[in-house]
Write a new protein. Structure first.
Length: 234
């Protein structure tokens, strides 16, 4: 599950996303930071619940079948407990598969954890500390299949939450349709256009934040820079 973020975008898509951020930031004093993480929480209770749902019925069926086959009808409880002890750890291993674990994570719980993690990352990566309070975080949590967009106070004074929600809905749809890189680039472009209107470029502007952050296997954010521009030919 830890590799979900690294697999979310291909190397080419990562370069295109970082390049799009660089292009948009030339037109505004705003700072756009796309961030991809594998999951916003480990959800241990979901793993335990899922393992119980998978192992208990299976252990019961196995005990009934074995008891009938061996004529051990008076040993069904012990057979059930034996199978449960064997199957529960196996079910826990299966719950490492994102597609299975996702089934046992409640919608509300996932929404809350993604919002909380996005807010923590916003402050943890210094998006609140830009010169003009114009940082924008596009936070993508792959396990939960959720996106959250946060703007700093300077931006939120001019751009309402309904605008961010529209971009979130479009980006989530694109990701589910298998167009993650394409839709993320389009979202960054839309954010850049909005920032250009409210926060046009300044002569002393500089790039204050990373253009793309992707969590590695240990959850540490790796930095992805756009391809270097070739010097003009003579």
């Amino acid at each position: 599950m830890r590799m979900l973020a690294q697999r979310f975008l291909s190397k080419d898509e990562q370069q295109r996303v970082a390049g799009m951020v660089a292009d948009m930031e030339r037109c505004t004093t705003g700072e756009i930071v796309p961030m991809v993480v594998s999951a916003s929480h480990s959800y241990p209770e979901a793993a335990l619940t899922g393992a119980a749902w998978l192992s208990v019925p299976t252990a019961l069926i196995a005990a009934l079948a074995t008891g009938s086959l061996l004529w051990w009808h008076d040993q069904l409880l012990w057979l059930f407990l034996t199978f449960l002890l064997l199957l529960f750890p196996l079910a826990r291993l299966l719950l490492r598969l994102p597609c299975l674990l996702r089934l046992f994570i409640g919608e509300r719980r996932a929404e809350e954890e993604v919002k909380r993690a996005a807010l923590n990352r916003f402050y943890g990566e210094g998006l609140h500390a830009t010169k003009d309070a114009t940082g924008v975080l596009i936070y993508i949590s792959v396990l939960e299949r959720r996106v959250w967009i946060l703007g700093d106070r300077g931006i939120n004074e001019r751009i309402g939450p309904h605008v961010w929600q529209g971009l979130i809905d479009t980006l989530v749809t694109g990701i589910k349709e298998g167009r993650a890189g394409e839709t993320l680039c389009a979202t960054i472009e839309k954010v850049g256009v909005m920032l250009h209107i409210h926060f046009p470029p300044a002569t002393d502007d500089r790039n204050e934040l990373d253009n793309l952050l992707i969590a590695d296997e240990d959850g540490v954010l790796a930095h992805c820079a756009p391809p270097a521009e070739e010097p003009p030919s003579a």
